[in-house]
Each structure stands twice: as C-alpha cells, then as structure tokens.
Design a protein around this ligand. Structure first.
Ligand SMILES: Cc1cc2nc3c(=O)[nH]c(=O)nc-3n(C[C@H](O)[C@H](O)[C@H](O)COP(=O)(O)OP(=O)(O)OC[C@H]3O[C@@H](n4cnc5c(N)ncnc54)[C@H](O)[C@@H]3O)c2cc1C
Length: 337
C-alpha cells in the first residue's frame, strides 16, 4: 500500500503521534512523509530517522504558520499527482482539519480518531470509538485514497535510527491563505495531557476536607475554591512524584477549581496514558469518554458504588485526604525521591 504520512508539528517540533503514524505506515510498506512549514529541513531528517523512506518537503515562508487553505491545497495537489492509496494524519486539531479538507479535494471519505487498523491487500478496515467510547465500530471507505486520522498513543512510536536517511523531494506550495497569524502567546497552562504517560486527575471530591479551615473573611464560594486548591496541591504533589500531568473532571473545572486546559472527557481532552489515577471523580460517562482508553486506571473514591470502579483496574475505597498523601509517600519511597 502506497502510504503517505502527514508530519504534524508546531514550529518544527513534531507531535509524537506523527511518529506513531510513520510507525504504523511502515507496517504496511514504504512510507512517504509530508513535511510542510518554514525552515523544517531538520524535521524532514527526523522523519527519515523515524522510518520514512522518502519525504515530500514544502518549505516556504508562506507555510511558517499552519493555515488550512495553503496546507490542504499543497497536500491535495501532491496527492492528486502522486496517487497514494492511504493518507495518515495524527488526530490533532490541525490533522483533522487538514484531513477533512484534503478528503474533499480528493473526492474521498475520511475516517477519524482511529485506534486500530487492519489491512488486507489494498483493503483497510479501521476501529474507532463512538458514543463517547461506549462502542467501538469497524468502518471502511468505498473511495480512494483512504484518508485516516489516528488517535494519539493508540499505536506504538518507533525508535528513531540516528543517521538513517531518505530521498527528500521539494514540492510547490499551492493555494493562498485567507487569514494570517499575528503572533502566539502562551496559554493559561503548559499542560500536555494528550502526550502524558501518567495522569493524576482530581474531581469535585477533592474539595471537601472538613478538617481544613479556610482563611477568615472568605465567602462560601471562595472558601470552597480555597479548599479545592488545597486538594489540587495534594494531587499536584502526587503528580510531581510520578512525573505526571494533572487532569480534572468537568465538575472541578466548572466550579473554578482548575483551568479548562486540564479537563478530561467528552468536552475536554481525550487521553490514553499508561496510568490514569482518578481522585474524587465519580466516573460519569462523559468523563469516561476522555480516559477509558488509559492502560491502567486507578480510582480513589469514598463511594464503593461510584461508576469509576467499574472501569478501574485498581480501586481504593476511602477518603482522598488519607489515600492520596499515603500514595505520594509510598511512591516517593519506592522511587527514591
Ligand atoms: C454534554 C456534557 C458534557 C460533559 N463533558 C464532561 C467532560 O468532558 N469531562 C467530565 O469530567 N465531565 C463532563 N460532563 C459532566 C459529567 O456528567 C459529570 O457531571 C462530571 O464528570 C462529574 O465530575 P466529578 O466526578 O468530579 O463530580 P461528582 O460526580 O460530584 O463526583 C465526585 C465524586 O467524589 C467522591 N468523593 C467526594 N468526597 C470524597 C472524598 N473525600 N474522598 C474520596 N472521594 C470523594 C464522591 O463519592 C463522588 O463519586 C459533561 C456533562 C455533559 C452533560
């Protein structure tokens, strides 16, 4: 199968799922990497080290910022000429947008957020979660090329082979962007839940320690937020011992305990770490939609009937204020920290 993989990146830093896509592509045969941007020769070199056999490089000042119009037109023109059988993208915001626009240009369908892929000759059947991950569907596409976006961390990332090279062919930029980027500013948090190997998340249940006395003069809401901040300090401590990212339920975000960037779930981030520790989270279906693909789920909740326990490999029924600091101390000891 002639496979092309779009290497998604921000300012030359590849999204790890791009290399996962190259790794998957290699299981099907030779891989052509598509590297678009400005000053991205180093990325083309990395693509070869991660396994790409050749690279189509569109390196131009007009591609310095991701603009869907120019990126999609460049990609579609290259694909129309090169006729790949399969185009793979990571399921990032940029990847989804580009895949959809390229699929329209190429008059084909698009299969998004795929977690498994089977190829028999030139036929591909993919598996993807639907209904907030409650059901997995198997789907295929009747038109060619297949355009598929892959869920991050669903496929193995290959080890790079230093010094491995491949042919790099420069291609022409097509299309014109209708909008331009005026600049970038750091967001409210630098959290990268999507790539995290370990995530410790807090829910509404970490806000109710009766032993804590808020500073005088706070109204009821401010006192609740102050208590929740102590709860997230406890969650942060466990996360920092484990080198983990911090996640949260929507209830915690909506109550103002922690910024939205940390929200896991249907209307937050979809994550699939090796280890997900849910502290004081009930495990509503909308939260599960974001974390049910985690490899090992650990739940701490005082309610033995909480739905999160149905999903958890390890469950601890009890008060987060006793269990989470005990876990932190135990991991500190075990990890020599
Ligand atoms: C359209 C839609 C989209 C949504 N999207 C999302 C989403 O993206 N992500 C998301 O998370 N939710 C989402 N929700 C909300 C979701 O339905 C739940 O309301 C939310 O997940 C509940 O958060 P929670 O588990 O923190 O709070 P709760 O449901 O209130 O659960 C708190 C848990 O903490 C436990 N607890 C309390 N005190 C302690 C203690 N001291 N020690 C141990 N355990 C304790 C309780 O037993 C309870 O199980 C969405 C809802 C809708 C309708």
């Amino acid at each position: 199968m002639k496979t092309w993989v779009y290497i998604d990146h921000f300012q030359g830093q590849a999204i790890p799922a791009s290399w996962e896509a190259v790794g998957l592509g290699k299981t099907l045969g030779a891989v052509t990497a598509l590297v678009f941007g400005s000053g991205v020769e180093a990325l083309a070199k990395s693509a070869c080290e991660y396994g790409a056999d050749e690279v189509l490089l569109a390196d131009d000042a007009s591609l310095a910022d991701f603009r869907a119009e120019t990126y999609a037109s460049t990609l579609s023109a290259a694909a129309a000429a090169g006729t790949p059988g399969l185009l793979l993208f990571p399921t990032t915001t940029r990847g989804r947008e580009l895949a959809a626009m390229a699929a329209i240009d190429l008059k084909t369908g698009v299969l998004v957020d795929v977690t498994a892929l089977e190829a028999k000759g030139e036929e591909i059947v993919v598996t993807r979660p639907v209904y907030a991950g409650k059901i997995m569907t198997k789907e295929t596409c009747s038109t060619r090329p297949y355009v598929i976006t892959l869920r991050g961390r669903a496929f193995a990332k290959p080890a790079p082979q230093a010094g491995k090279t491949g042919a790099v062919t420069r291609i022409e930029v097509r299309g014109e962007a209708l909008t331009s980027v005026e600049g970038y500013a750091r967001g409210e948090s630098g959290v990268s839940l999507a790539d995290a190997n370990v995530i410790v998340s807090g829910g509404r249940g970490i806000s109710n320690n009766p032993a804590l006395t808020p500073p005088a003069g706070l109204d009821e809401k401010a006192a609740e937020i102050w208590k929740a901040q102590q709860g997230f300090a406890m969650v942060n401590e466990l996360a920092s011992v484990l080198g983990a990212a911090v996640g949260a339920s929507r209830a915690a975000v909506d109550a103002g305990y922690i910024p939205y960037a940390h929200q896991v779930g249907q209307t937050g981030k979809v994550v699939s770490p090796n280890l997900y520790i849910a502290c004081g989270i009930s495990g509503a279906i909308q939260h599960q939609a974001g974390m049910r693909n985690s490899k090992v789920i650990v739940a701490v909740n005082k309610d033995a009937e909480a739905p999160i326990f149905k999903l958890a490999r390890f469950g601890m029924v009890g008060d987060v204020w006793q269990i989470v600091p005990a876990l932190t101390a135990a991991f500190k000891k075990k990890l020599g920290k």
